[in-house]
Write a protein that binds this ligand. Sequence first.
Ligand code: ADP
Length: 201
Amino acid sequence: MARLIILGPPGSGKGTQAEYIARHFSIPAISTGDLFRAHVKGRTELGAEAGKYMDKGEFVPDHVTTGMLRLRLQDGDAAAGFLLDGYPRNAAQVLALDELLSSGRHAVDVVIALTVGDDELAARMLRRAKEQGRSDDTESVIKRRLELYRDETHAVVTSYTERGLLVSVDGTGEREAITAAAIAAVQAALERGSVAGPGRD
Ligand code: ADP
């Protein structure tokens, strides 16, 4: 049972790492970006709304994102824990998540912060644009997403650091080595938590 969050700038590889880390802990990786892309592809009303923001690199409005996540967390597979990828992304979403989780059985256990330098990030994203053709991987939109990450998501890092939940993991190097480091960091934090903190549930 683990309730995890992974934070990292666009291009940090957090989506890939999320899949492997979640598999290790037998929990679903829940990516708000992937959920939105599925809605866009399926031409749902929510997809039409979200797509307008995504194509500009802007955040989708909080009530849309949080509403979508609330529904996803109600699925049976999330009852035994989850790894959130792409949420929360600003201070308001941190509070919204607190509320979502307090009405259920969960609190957050560990927050993984994946760190990668800016030049490496931009290079990776432009490479991905060529390989995968994501419509929001153009130079100006990438710039905006990085800017928003720095301006808005910093508050999320601060907030979880203050709660003593953050573990930093270097996001450069081999994929396998990064996964192993992240799993080890989470494991250590979970063990510390269970020793030091009764009544987390
Ligand atoms: P990345 O982190 O690489 O930019 P994501 O796949 O996580 O990509 O997100 C893609 C887009 O989906 C974002 O640029 C934003 O428009 C939207 N999005 C995803 N998660 C959120 C969120 N928590 N709040 C607002 N918008 C979001």
